[in-house]
Design a protein around this ligand. Structure first.
Ligand code: 3HC
Length: 294
């Protein structure tokens, strides 16, 4: 049975991007948030992205209208009951995710596949909240979802191989490039990316170079689209710190431990671009200015 009806739980940065690309690919999407305000905010950001695509000529007016028709917002989890696949993109907290999946397990029929967009939490652990560990996997998108080509498809030791391949094919249908990986903390990308970003903070702490020069070096020396400190602000310092803590708990290796500066910035609420400040000050978003941190 092809995946045609998709439920997305969470309409924040990742959830709204996922809902958009799934609707653009031709599936019926119901996206759920906890309040009417959050749904409105998420749908507005999708609308803005679609508008940008129409202005660039990569989406026709008719395609935009069809995408809109396929996309519905709700505050009720019950409305996800007809889904072939539910993709979870809520807060990165294991108890919240397990509670959500336990509820969905009662609402959705046995055929529904459950996927989590988690960046670091164990898929196996989440699957234990349900009676369907064989139909449970990870589907990890990257920010900004409409732009980034990669999707990590993550199997546990319980995931049915046929379900796994069905979801790999679904990711291809979205126009993404799927990679297959297993339930190991950080999967592929964050396993490599997180220690790199943490090392950039350590280099800053140790006075190796300024914020701007660290970023410039990796952009111009390695051809990265963003330097590591800009990328940290983009991903969110709170998110990165959370992932680093999960990875450190798992591996007990220093390279995954959040450096003191990162912890202090998170405590101070300097969570990066979304908070208006992180390694840079975004008072003028077009012209971020490096912060005085050391
Ligand atoms: N939503 C939708 N489209 C966006 C967008 C957004 N938020 N931001 C940029 N775009 C589009 C633009 O419209 C433009 O499209 P076009 O080429 O068709 O005109 C294209 O992306 C390029 O945008 P810009 O020219 O404005 O700017 P850049 O060339 O600097 O690209 C970027 C922006 C794509 C964000 C690029 O800087 C980049 O690739 N940065 C690295 C992002 C990255 O590493 N993401 C992964 C983070 S890790 C993660 O998500 C995992 C998690 O678990 C932590």
């Amino acid at each position: 049975m092809p995946i045609e009806r998709v439920g997305v739980v969470g309409c924040g940065l990742m959830g709204s991007g996922i809902a958009q690309v799934v609707a653009q690919a031709g599936c019926q999407v119901v996206v759920r948030e906890v309040s009417a305000e959050l749904i409105e905010k998420g749908l507005k950001s999708i609308e803005k992205n679609l508008q940008r695509l129409v202005e660039k000529g990569s989406l026709s007016e008719a395609q935009r209208e069809q995408t809109r028709v396929r996309l519905r917002g709700t505050t009720s989890l019950d409305e996800l009951r007809d889904s072939d696949l539910v993709i979870e993109a809520v807060i990165e907290q294991l108890p919240a995710k397990k509670e959500l999946f336990a509820t969905l397990d009662k609402i959705c029929p046995q055929k529904t596949i459950f996927a989590s967009n988690t960046s670091s939490i164990s898929i196996t652990d989440m699957a234990t909240a349900t009676q369907r560990p064989n139909r449970f996997l990870g589907l990890h998108f990257f920010n900004p979802v409409p732009v980034m080509k990669l999707v990590e498809v993550i199997r546990t030791i319980s995931t049915d191989p046929n379900i796994f391949e069905e979801v790999v094919a679904f990711a291809e249908r979205l126009g993404k490039t799927p990679v297959r990986t297993s339930d190991r903390t950080g999967f592929i990308v964050n396993r490599l990316l997180v220690p790199y970003m943490l090392d950039a903070i350590r280099a800053l702490e140790e006075g190796v170079a300024s914020i701007e020069d660290i970023d410039k070096s990796m952009k111009l020396g390695c051809g990265h689209p963003m330097g590591p400190l800009t990328l940290l602000d983009f991903v969110g310092l709170d998110t990165t710190c959370y992932i680093a803590n999960v990875m450190f708990d798992e591996f007990k290796e220093r390279r995954f431990a959040p450096p003191p500066l990162l912890k202090r910035m998170v405590l101070a609420g300097w969570h990066g671009r979304k908070a208006g400040r992180g390694f840079y000050d975004y008072t003028d978003p077009q012209n971020p200015r490096p912060m005085e941190l050391t």
